[in-house]
Every structure is written in C-alpha cells, then in structure tokens.
Design a protein around this ligand. Structure first.
Ligand code: 5RP
Length: 236
C-alpha cells in the first residue's frame, strides 16, 4: 500500500485486504464495482500473481471486467459460472440489519444479480457508509429510457404514500447527456433523506412498469468489513 493514500483510501484498502482473506483457490467470486471494490480486485490480482491463487471472477460492470483482466484474474460471465461462492462489493450505505443502498457507481443491476447468485455477499467499506437509517444517500433506480419521464412521474406519485422524508428525484447525468448504464438504461436518483420502510419501498418500486431495479439490497448482504485509516477493521 502506498503511504501517499488519503485516509479514506487507506480505509477502503484495509477493508478490501481483509475481505480478500475470505477468497480461496477454486472459488467463483463476484467482483463488485466502485473505488472500494477496485482495491479488492487489485488485492486479488496480487494474490493470483504472487501466491498462486486460482479463482474465476464474475465482474459486475465493464469497468471491473477491464481492471480484473488487467491484474490477471480469469474473467467469466455469470452464465458460465451459474452460481458463485462469494461476492465482495462496496456500498453507499449500510444499516444495522446489513441492508444496503448501492448504485452510486451506476452498476446496481448487475451487482444485485451477481450478489443474489452467490452463497455469500461481503460488503467492504469505510466507516462513513454506516448509518442508522438508510436514505441520506440518494437511492438509485435504474429505469428503461423509453418513457422515463412517465416512470419518474409515477415514482414521484407513489412516494407520497411511502414512509420517506424527501421526494425529489433527479435524472443522473453524464455531463450534458443522461447517464447510460451497462444495460443501456438511465438512473433516477431519489432524494428521500430517510427511508422508514426499505423493504416495502424496494418491493413497490420494482412493481412499476419502466423500473428495472432499485438500489436497495434487502437481506442480501451477510457481512460488512469496515476498514479504518489506522489499519483497524471491524466486522458487522
Ligand atoms: C456501484 C456501487 C458501489 O459499490 C458504491 O457506489 C460504493 O462505491 P465506492 O466504493 O466508490 O464508495 O454500488 O454501483
């Protein structure tokens, strides 16, 4: 680890390094997306190169696939793997029940599919992601481009009867154009501030035509490894 790292990157690196110890030769491993997951991929790449670790990795985005190949991890598709031993990924928020908000990096759809197809999901994180109640981080919702404004209006209308504090929604942009996910969809970020009933909201959102998936991961994560800049880790 470079000593030039910022405290937050040190914390992310420490959590990734600890999580890498759960990976054993022969495993099929889901590889998350984002800056914390990128540390994990680099750690696993080192273990492949230096310690003879043999794994097959299923990336959750084109970005992660590219990095995994660069560091020497054998990459396979989820259809080739069918089922995974373990997925390790970052998160934008996690609560005391290990429910998550994910999708800040725009990869929530593949991330949820891959994590759900795994025996175990470990989240790696710095301490800033731990919250009492989910919702301060805007909730990403992946929507089909066709009629997205109608889908957005439907979501806003539905939020009125949901246990949330805020109801503003924003189309995620990439400069002057809408952000496009790996599946060719758009993302609406819901500024809810506090989500009183995450399980109910996740179910309601996914029943709406035009919604592909939402960033609430309920009962999917098994363990959180939280890293600190001084080298400590805490397991949740
Ligand atoms: C990507 C994600 C990421 O895991 C999440 O945004 C956390 O990213 P980072 O590790 O960069 O803070 O859900 O879709």
């Amino acid at each position: 680890m470079s000593s030039d790292l910022s405290p937050i990157d040190k914390a992310k690196f420490i959590s990734a390094k600890r999580a890498a110890q759960f990976v054993e030769s022969g495993m099929k491993v889901g590889l998350g997306t984002g800056s914390t997951a990128a540390w994990l991929v680099r750690c696993l790449g080192e273990m492949v190169r230096d310690d003879g670790l043999r794994i097959k990795g299923v990336p959750t985005s084109t970005r992660t696939a590219e990095l995994a190949r660069q560091v020497g991890i054998e990459v396979i598709s989820l259809d080739e793997a069918r089922w995974l031993d373990l997925t390790i990924d970052g998160a934008d928020e996690f609560d005391g029940d290990l429910n998550l908000i994910k999708g800040g990096g725009g990869a929530l759809l593949q991330e949820k599919i891959v994590a759900t197809a795994s025996d175990q999901m470990i989240v790696i994180s710095d301490a800033s992601k731990e919250v009492e109640t989910l919702g301060a981080f805007p909730l990403p919702v992946e929507v089909i481009p066709f009629g997205w404004q109608t889908t957005r209006a439907l979501i806003e209308e539905t939020l009125v009867s949901m246990d949330v504090l805020g109801r503003d929604t924003a189309l995620r942009m990439n400069g002057a154009v809408p952000y496009v996910t790996d599946e060719g969809n758009h993302i609406l970020d819901l500024h809810l501030r506090r989500i009183g009933n995450a399980r109910q909201l996740a179910l309601v959102l996914n029943q709406m035509p035009g919604v592909v998936e939402n960033g609430l991961f309920i009962d999917i994560c098994d363990r959180v490894i939280m890293g600190f800049a001084d080298g400590r880790v805490e397991l949740r």
